[in-house]
Design a protein around this ligand. Structure first.
Ligand SMILES: NC(=O)c1ccc[n+]([C@@H]2O[C@H](COP(=O)([O-])OP(=O)(O)OC[C@H]3O[C@@H](n4cnc5c(N)ncnc54)[C@H](O)[C@@H]3O)[C@@H](O)[C@H]2O)c1
Length: 363
């Protein structure tokens, strides 16, 4: 498209105001048409970033002349809000987890495909240069057929999920608000570590490996919180690969986030670690790649994804590392993990019916 991208935003809380809005406001090619939220800070947010209007009514926002919508609301609102935007032919950036249930995730993927709009879930690690390089190595086929994976994540997020949510403002601050406890700590609204953080490590695994989970046995524990702080699962993937997943919300503040993914194939092994910045791919034929990575380069940031969303719309990039299919594969795994855990850890099917989108992808 030519001209500026006319953007609307729904959700004007901590994350939108500390990460997304400053990025969009700094771009010459973005017109901040309107913002929708329900908090008392809405007018202050409108003024800070220069949105053309503010409303508490999402339909009124969608009635503006828009190209795209950014959705940064609590988890349980993402699906209906994304559907309403996509059905109007708007491009959408949908925060993680893009939905809470598998059928909703695939519903979004199908609608995105049918309407031909851009959909990006802002998973920051999928855009780190050393991780993009890891993806290139895997996509070149150096692992052979994947037989086993390990997917671990741990975060300094005890406060976010089980205490004073404002503690996270020391990492990403907002002039107007900290995260609402109801967004992160409510079981009914998709709070907890699985939907809040394992969504990142699993989306990275699915993008890197192109695997899809077929069944899972999981247990979670709360450490006394209202939501899961610890997650453990054994996963079987389509094609028979076996995997283990772990998640822990309670690293001490100041510790780097841990995302540790190991993929074992018939021809080689990939080791990827964001905490100590390692990407190694070693093949049985003796070929080895050990990437040179700057210390600190693994720290979490989410600068590229909102920029990439605009670049995709503007035609300046075609690389989407976190599209609707990657996001839906993550949602369906976490949905099944939590159902398995609620049933005492029984083996639970991840996907039954195959969506149109998925059939095309696997054809
Ligand atoms: N990609 C990342 O790295 C990353 C990082 C942090 C948060 N997030 C995600 O961002 C999203 C928002 O998190 P947050 O911490 O900013 O939450 P928050 O509680 O601070 O903000 C939620 C916002 O949604 C608005 N809202 C609530 N109900 C609404 C409704 N019915 N209509 C319109 N607006 C409504 C609130 O007014 C508020 O502005 C979550 O999905 C979270 O997982 C993503």
């Amino acid at each position: 498209m030519s001209g500026r991208v006319r953007l609307g935003a729904v959700g004007a809380g901590w994350w939108a105001t500390s990460n997304h809005f400053p990025i969009f406001a700094a771009r010459e090619d973005v017109d901040l048409v309107g913002v929708c939220g329900i908090g008392p800070e809405l007018e202050a947010v409108r003024e800070q970033f220069g949105f053309g209007m503010a409303t508490t009514d999402y339909d009124e926002l969608l009635d503006q002349d828009l190209d795209a919508v950014v959705i940064s609301t609590p988890h349980d609102l993402h699906h209906p809000q994304a559907v309403a935007a996509i059905d109007r032919g708007l491009h959408v950036l949908v925060e993680k987890p893009v939905t809470l249930h598998a059928d909703q995730g695939w519903d979004l993927a199908d609608r995105v495909r049918e309407r031909g709009v851009h959909f990006l879930a802002p998973y920051g690690w999928n855009y780190k240069p050393f991780i993009v390089e890891a993806k290139r190595l895997v996509a070149a086929g150096h692992l052979g057929e994947i037989q086993h994976v390990l997917c671990h994540m741990a975060s300094p997020t005890r406060g976010l999920f089980a205490g004073d949510t404002n503690h996270i403002r020391s990492l990403w601050d907002s002039k107007t608000s900290g995260p609402e406890p109801s967004t992160w700590q409510s079981p009914a609204r998709g709070g907890g570590y699985a939907h809040g953080q394992v969504t990142h490590s699993s989306a990275l695994l699915f993008w890197l490996s192109e695997l899809r989970a077929s069944s899972v046995m999981a247990k979670v524990s709360t450490g006394g919180a209202a939501v899961d702080l610890f997650d453990a699962a054994v996963i079987t993937f389509d094609g028979g690969a076996l995997g283990s997943l772990s998640g822990a919300a309670t690293l001490p503040d100041g510790n780097p986030y841990q995302v540790d993914i190991r993929i074992f194939g018939t021809e080689g092994v990939l080791l990827l670690d964001t905490e100590r910045e390692r990407v190694s791919l070693h093949r049985y034929d003796g070929t080895r790649w050990d990437l040179d990575i700057e210390p600190g380069a693994g720290a979490y940031e989410c600068i590229v994804p909102p920029n990439r969303f605009i670049d995709l719309i503007a035609g300046a990039s075609t690389e989407n590392n976190s599209d609707a299919v990657v996001a839906a594969r993550s949602v369906e795994l976490i949905d099944a993990m939590l159902r398995s855990a609620a049933d005492g850890g029984v083996e639970t099917t991840v996907h039954g019916e195959t969506s149109v989108n998925q059939k095309e992808k696997t054809a």
